[in-house]
Design a protein around this ligand. Structure first.
Ligand SMILES: *Cc1c(COP(=O)(O)O)cnc(C)c1O
Length: 337
């Protein structure tokens, strides 16, 4: 029986068709700017996002790091969410490599950062303080698509305060599909945006960092410094192009599957299912630790894998079908009986 892996949408495997375009990709040395497939991916990403420049990078973490390094100098500060990936889950890279201080703040329930709260944490221009340079948001945040009017307000806010504006858009395509808008419209307020190709879009490796030309030029320089200058990376970029051409609209299926999973689980007595109205491909369960571990083990022997941390997280993606979601609901039901 096939394993149903709901730990993350990073576990998606390249399809036969994707592998075919990878095998046939025309390649060259990208550090010399001569890989035609990487160049094609970067041009395509610019066009889709309506940004000035794009850079193919090895991971979402690298995209975020390069963006922070491009926006900030040593002794500068960026404001991000307490649970933001680029504060909490990226090894402290910005501080370690760039001398950039984070100012983490609690996310609001909808995944945004309250701009009144952000304003209180912008440091005065005085030698006591780090220089607040950048506001960084995440969309989706824990599966939640940020409200579009909030993003427009946040743009006015950063302009008023002379801050740069970065989006960790690891799952920005999920947000665009949720809002039924183009990715260009979704990322328009930002100066830089990092987009993962390797999550719900199904590519094996890579992200693109898009944005203003000066910032992307700086990021390209930093990419070399951190060892991210890759050579015949067109083999990977080909998978990225395939993902952008074929796997965006189908994210709507993942959102439906997550909804199907949540509504199935809500029928189980005493089950605490967390799925806000603006949630996309994620479902969270709150269970006492001992039950969470027992459930994880119960499901593991039945070929179902789930993520447990503070809560149980289940993520739908292109390798999980509607029938498989039904099977997960049935097995979780069985566990609670
Ligand atoms: C996965 C993720 C990243 C990092 O991507 P990697 O390719 O795993 O380095 C960044 N931000 C968010 C919100 C993510 O979920």
């Amino acid at each position: 029986m096939k394993t149903i892996d709901l730990r993350s949408d990073t576990v998606t495997l390249p399809s036969a068709a994707m592998r075919q375009v990878m095998a046939n990709a025309e390649v060259g040395d990208d550090v010399y700017g001569e890989d035609p497939t990487v160049n094609r991916l970067e041009a395509f990403a610019c066009e889709m996002t309506a940004t000035e420049a794009a850079l193919f990078v090895s991971s979402g973490t690298q995209g975020n790091l390069l963006a922070l390094l491009a926006h900030c100098q040593r002794g500068d500060e960026y404001i991000a969410g307490q649970q933001a990936h680029n504060y909490r889950y990226e090894g402290g890279g910005a501080a370690m490599i760039g001398g950039i201080q984070p100012q983490p703040l609690e996310f609001s329930a909808d995944g945004s950062l309250d701009l009144k709260l952000v304003e209180q944490f912008i440091k005065p221009q005085d030698s006591h303080y780090a220089r607040t340079r950048l506001l960084s948001l995440e969309n989706t945040q824990a599966g939640k698509a940020l409200p579009m009017n909030y993003l427009a307000e946040a743009r006015h806010f950063v302009d008023r305060h002379h801050l740069g504006f970065h989006l960790d858009g690891a799952r920005a395509f999920n947000a665009a599909v949720y809002h039924r808008c183009s990715i260009a419209e979704l990322v328009k307020p930002f100066d830089t945006v990092s987009l993962c190709l390797s999550k719900g879009l199904g590519a094996p490796v890579g992200s693109v960092l898009c944005g203003k030309k000066g910032l992307i030029d700086a990021a390209r320089r930093w990419r070399k410094v951190v060892g991210g200058g890759m050579r015949q990376s067109g083999i990977l970029a080909a998978a990225g192009i395939y993902a952008l051409e074929n796997n965006i609209e189908r994210l709507a299926d993942d959102h439906l599957h997550a909804e199907q999973l949540a509504s199935g689980l809500r029928k189980i007595e005493g089950m605490s299912v967390r799925r806000e109205a603006n949630q996309t491909n994620m479902v969270f369960l709150d269970l006492p630790d001992e039950h969470a571990i027992a459930l994880k083990e119960f499901l593991a022997v039945r070929g179902i894998r789930i993520g447990i941390g503070h809560t149980i997280r289940m993520v739908t993606h292109l390798d999980v079908s509607g029938e498989e979601v039904e099977r997960v609901v049935t097995e979780i039901n069985r566990f609670f009986r």
